[in-house]
Design a protein around this ligand. Structure first.
Ligand SMILES: Cc1cc2nc3c(=O)[nH]c(=O)nc-3n(C[C@H](O)[C@H](O)[C@H](O)COP(=O)(O)O)c2cc1C
Length: 168
């Protein structure tokens, strides 16, 4: 085993990958796409980051089936909220000893194809309608609204501060 702790991620359009690379640099850990982890890391402890698809952390279960996941991170377009991480824990049945985080990522509908693009076209209309009706938006809500209208990203090293502090 080369590194006893590594970062593994799944990313559809690249925003989660950006977080994985930023985290890897901050913690001096290698990061690999799920399915591309070299054999030498068999048995490693994993910080797992996955993009959110319909409230699920893509690839979490697969990763947890092969590695000891010591931290799970879901990356979505929704504004962050304290209840989101706990919701992900319940949906994915993540054990209580494993910290779970939610990070706001990015969204660019032009990078999607086929049914996903169609579904998200409707979803974005619904989200934009809901947010536009609010009299005031937080910065994170504004970003989600921006994502519904064009490419926008919340990816920022600062959002990783808590995770970095935990594993530094
Ligand atoms: C089909 C589909 C379903 C999604 N479902 C969710 C969701 O349930 N919650 C959320 O916050 N974001 C959701 N998103 C947004 C993505 O999770 C978000 O854009 C993420 O940053 C994409 O990361 P990636 O670039 O690594 O793929 C969804 C996106 C797609 C395409």
């Amino acid at each position: 085993m080369v590194n006893s702790r590594i970062i593994v991620y799944s990313s559809n359009t690249g925003y989660t990958e950006q977080y994985a690379k930023l985290l890897g640099r901050a913690l001096d850990m290698p990061s690999y796409k799920l399915g591309n982890v070299p054999e030498c890391h068999k048995g490693a402890e994993v910080i797992y980051l996955g993009w959110l698809f319909a409230g699920k952390i893509v690839g979490y279960r697969k990763c947890a089936g092969h590695y000891k996941v010591v931290c799970a991170v879901g990356v979505g377009m929704s504004p962050p909220g304290a209840e989101l991480a706990e919701g992900l824990r319940n949906t994915e049945k993540i054990p209580s000893g494993v910290p779970v985080f939610y990070l706001q990522g990015g969204f660019d509908i032009a990078r999607l194809k086929g049914p996903m693009k169609l579904v998200m076209k409707f979803k974005c209309k619904e989200i934009a309608g809901r947010l536009s009706a609010k009299s005031e938006l937080s910065a994170a809500e504004q970003l989600t609204l921006d994502m519904c209208h064009g490419p926008a990203s919340a990816v920022d090293r600062a959002n990783l501060a808590e995770i970095i502090a935990l594993f530094k």
